[in-house]
Design a binder for this molecule. Structure first.
Ligand SMILES: *Cc1c(COP(=O)(O)O)cnc(C)c1O
Length: 523
């Protein structure tokens, strides 16, 4: 058995640079980028970072019964070692504050620091959901004000603020539709989902007990209106349309689709996760939408990714508002929006709520960030943010359409994201190779292999907050990588070469993760 030589188990002389560097170091470190073992490997369990009193040996037997008999197995490190461990790991992390993050559909835009300042105000940050209502009037005021602006921006009637992510909002909207159908004794069973919709849409419908059916996309990348109309009927509960859709295109026929769906007795769900492309320009309410979630963590900033936090308020039409879950915020006869909860549901005539989505009110920290973002931008600023996002994406689309296959380049301007495919790459070269090459060039890869309507899809969303110089550098990298993929440059197949680790076997890592370290030649 090979004993690890240093704490990370790396052996001197072993090339660690992922390109099999000809200049290995004895430490395994690469300049000031340090090799980092797992925290459980750095320091023995017999070491303790703090001075604790000896465990008394004469514990009364009733306590002794609870005393731990075996080692707990915590990593033993001093405070500076611990601080360094996490600081080193953080230096290997990549985020929007470090560089360009063109992840399509995810809207990784800059998060203004003003939002953070406001969210950290103790009156918001320390608020507890069980506090008496009269002590949280300011927080409730923030929610009401945000609700007002979401209703105004979308041209809808009411909003359920509590859902905690886009997909959670989808479920909320579909449950509203189900409640509305049940209230009229109409048990429809089918939800139609166009091919250009986001993958969460069919998952949501299935989770809510519906069977889903695909509606094809046209060669242009939009919903096939005729196919959709032909499928409508008394069994169709709803149509779920992502707008802008996942091909990065605006669904121009949405009003016509809504009219047809309504005439057939169904409801229109719009996936509004990409509302950042159209805010201040289009009101989904004007297009006949009945329910739409808004990803506050995309459109209205808030750092996200890596699992949270998210917030997915759902705006509802007048037809669906009565079924919105509690707490619910809606326009009432006096023209103002009011927060309706169990106590005042009678007063505001909101007695058909389908239930609740969460125990409390939702993500306070995101409500404060979103409202700060909205108020600091103002109507003209939000409009411009949407316009700039669209301009940046179109710039990328037009700059790269002759280097990469852009399947919908002829469908007119794109919205906030540009879509490319792997058509034209040399035999054996794929989107994955280009994406890995992008890491070497210092960019987080774009969204890959989504949407499914395009082979080897690459979905690039620059967002409105990137400067032209940064986008130009990205375009330069993409051109070079496209050329290498088309020419079949063998080095691209094993990229990344400059990352802390070379290309990982992702399937193996997902199916058979090795969560503790052991010497490579032992396994
Ligand atoms: C991000 C996204 C979702 C899901 O939102 P989550 O907050 O991740 O649950 C749904 N639809 C579209 C189009 C999205 O971009």
């Amino acid at each position: 058995m090979n004993k690890p030589i240093n704490q990370s188990g790396w052996k001197p002389g072993t090339p660690v640079a992922s390109d099999g560097s000809a200049h290995p170091t004895v430490t395994g470190n690469k300049a000031l980028m340090l090799e980092e073992p797992l925290i459980f490997e750095s320091g023995g369990a017999d070491i303790c970072g703090v001075d604790l009193p000896e465990t008394p040996t004469d514990l009364p037997s009733r306590l002794g019964a609870f005393a731990r008999k075996d080692a707990i197995g915590l990593p033993g490190l001093s405070e500076p070692q611990t601080v360094r461990h996490y600081t080193r790991l953080s230096r290997q992390n990549y985020g929007i504050d470090l560089g360009f993050f063109p992840l399509g559909s995810c809207t990784m835009k800059h998060n203004p620091r003003l939002n953070e300042k406001v969210a950290r105000m103790p009156g918001f940050a320390d608020v507890h959901p069980m506090q008496p209502t009269d002590t949280v009037q300011g927080a409730l005021g923030v929610m009401n004000e945000l609700a007002h602006w979401l209703i105004t921006l979308t041209g809808m009637h009411g909003v359920a603020m509590s859902p905690k992510a886009g997909a959670h909002g989808e479920l909320c909207g579909i449950l509203c539709i189900r409640a509305a159908l049940e209230a009229r004794g109409d048990a429809r069973k089918v939800v139609l989902v166009p091919e250009s919709a986001h993958g969460t849409n069919p998952a949501t419908a299935a989770f809510a007990g519906y069977s889903t059916e695909d509606i094809p996309a046209t060669a242009e990348g939009r919903v096939d209106l005729e196919a959709l109309k032909a499928r409508l009927g008394p069994d169709v509960a709803a149509v779920m349309i992502t707008n802008p859709n996942t091909c990065g295109l605006f669904e121009r026929d949405l009003k016509e689709i809504s009219d047809a769906v309504h005439a057939a007795g169904g409801f229109v769900y719009c996936d509004g996760a990409n509302f950042n492309a159209i805010m201040g320009r289009v009101k989904p309410g004007d297009l006949g939408v009945d329910a739409m979630h808004i990803n506050l963590h995309k459109t209205f900033s808030t750092p996200h990714g890596g699992g949270g936090p998210g917030s997915g308020p759902v705006v509802l039409s007048e037809a669906l508002s009565p079924f919105g879950p509690l707490p619910f915020t809606a326009k009432t006869a006096d023209g103002y929006v009011h927060l309706v909860e169990e106590e005042n549901a009678q007063e505001y005539d909101h007695v058909q709520a389908f239930g609740r989505m969460t125990a409390f009110h939702g993500q306070m920290g995101m409500f404060t960030r979103a409202l700060t973002y909205i108020l600091s931008h103002g109507a003209d600023g939000l409009r411009q943010a949407a316009g700039d996002a669209v301009l940046n994406a179109n710039y990328i689309l037009r700059q790269l359409e002759s280097d990469l296959d852009a399947p919908f380049a002829a469908s007119g301007p794109c919205m906030h994201e540009a879509l490319f495919s792997d058509a034209g790459f040399a035999e054996g070269f794929s989107t994955l190779d280009l994406a890995k090459g992008l890491i070497d060039e210092g960019f987080h890869p774009m969204t890959v292999y989504f949407p499914l309507v395009v082979h080897g899809a690459m979905l690039v969303e620059p967002t409105e907050t990137e400067a032209k110089s940064g986008i130009d550098q990205f375009i330069m990298a993409m051109r070079s990588l496209a050329e290498r993929a088309k020419a079949g440059d063998a080095a691209l197949k094993s990229a990344p070469h400059h990352a802390p680790r070379a290309r990982l076997d992702e399937a193996q890592a997902a199916r058979n993760p090795r969560l503790t370290w052991s010497a490579p030649d032992e396994t």
